[in-house]
Write a protein that binds this ligand. Structure first.
Ligand SMILES: Nc1ncnc2c1ncn2[C@@H]1O[C@H](COP(=O)(O)OP(=O)(O)OP(=O)(O)O)[C@@H](O)[C@H]1O
Ligand SMILES: [Mg+2]
Length: 352
């Protein structure tokens, strides 16, 4: 009786262009994909991670739950962008109580916001590379007004927000249970969404560097919309291939390739800066997710500029998927965009 379990919840990834929802059943045979769906939200409803049109998004979420016949009300959501600050800090080894006090008294110097305006969380990553007397601590600060905004949204949609995660961590959560070999290789997870890109360099499942940038598929949509004088809505459908604009296909391809090239340069810069640091090793593996993976020239650009294996994430590899319910062609199409919602759906109510 899985749905009676008190720790059960649904993963809800509220992206700035697509809302994705996933529900996973835990059975004796393993984790089974039970529900999966996504829905576009009107452009401009979420701007820089902040909710601009609460009623419209709440309606979309409610409708998505209805069409997917999801009855569970407990959800895990995630946030990202400007209002979330993630830093790795270095401090001398302390016991738990001392560490707590140090984090709260020193956090201000790492966060560009007033300490009273943020919720702080942290996790000890391990011993510092520089000295055994020091430890690395992952510090996460999320603006309180952002958290209350998302709680209000979820409640307006008739749901209970049980976990508020960070996009990058939800993605890492999926990566950690996927059957990848050789986790000792330095690996870069990249999520290119509509309005932001998150980078996370990992080794043996521990994060070594995280960064968010403002790059995303909206750059292509905005350029197509302005060059061809069409609405952003129409431009998105043209870019995604939903409308076949044969006359302008070459020009659209060129815009996509140029934007993809700028993403590659930005990513190479981060990778090169990381690799030139003390003790830092070469990034050997890159795993892509988000709608950006579909953009012409992006994957190939990374392959030609970096000496690393580049692949697209398949979050369903860690799940049992009934092909009659979710045809392979559908699963393949949505894999890259669904990864964060799967990472959220794998959380349990009592997770931190
Ligand atoms: N086949 C395709 N070709 C080009 N772009 C595509 C394709 N399919 C989806 N996209 C684009 O990917 C974007 C959606 O990706 P994703 O769902 O990862 O973004 P998001 O999570 O909503 O955004 P963010 O995480 O930045 O808030 C949309 O802008 C969409 O137009
Ligand atoms: Mg996203």
């Amino acid at each position: 009786m899985i749905f009676g379990k008190k720790d059960h919840l649904v993963g809800l990834d509220i992206g700035s262009s697509f809302i994705k929802v996933a529900e996973i059943k835990v059975t004796g045979k393993g984790h089974v994909l039970n529900k999966l769906g996504m829905s576009r939200i009107p452009p401009g409803s979420i701007v820089e991670g902040r909710i601009a049109d609460m009623a419209a998004i709440a309606d979309t979420i409610r409708l998505l739950f209805k069409t997917q016949k999801i009855r569970e009300k407990n959800v895990a959501i995630s946030t990202g962008g400007h209002s979330v600050v993630i830093k790795t800090i270095n401090t001398i080894v302390k016991d738990e109580a001392q560490l707590h006090d140090t984090i709260y008294s020193e956090a201000e110097q790492y966060i560009p916001y007033d300490i009273d305006d943020v919720n702080i969380d942290y996790q000890v990553l391990g011993e510092s590379d520089f000295s055994p007397d020091q430890m690395n601590v992952l510090l996460v600060a999320v603006k309180k007004d952002l958290v209350s905004e998302y709680i209000e949204l979820i409640q307006l949609a008739g749901l209970n927000p049980k976990i508020i995660d960070v996009d990058t961590f939800a993605l890492q959560n999926v990566y950690e249970i996927l059957p990848y070999e050789n986790r000792e290789k330095t690996t870069l997870l990249i999520d290119v969404g509509a309005s932001k890109t998150s980078l996370n360099i990992l080794k043996a499942n521990a994060s070594l560097m995280m960064r968010d940038t403002m790059s995303g598929t909206n750059q292509i949509i905005e350029e197509v919309s302005s060059q061809f004088d069409i609405s952003p809505d129409e431009a998105e459908q043209v870019v995604n291939g939903e409308i076949n604009d044969v006359a302008n296909q070459d020009a659209i391809g060129e815009i996509s390739r140029q934007v993809a090239q700028s993403w590659c340069s930005e990513i190479c810069e981060v990778v090169n800066t990381y690799q030139s640091g003390v003790n830092d090793e070469k990034v050997e593996k890159i795993i892509l997710s988000g709608g950006g993976v579909f953009v012409e020239g992006f994957k190939d650009g990374l392959l030609s500029e970096l000496e690393a294996d580049v692949s697209i994430i398949n979050p369903f590899e860690c799940l049992l998927v009934n092909e009659r319910k979710f045809p392979a062609s559908y699963i393949e199409k949505v894999a890259a965009m669904a990864a964060i919602s799967i990472g959220l759906a794998l959380r349990r109510v009592d997770d931190k």
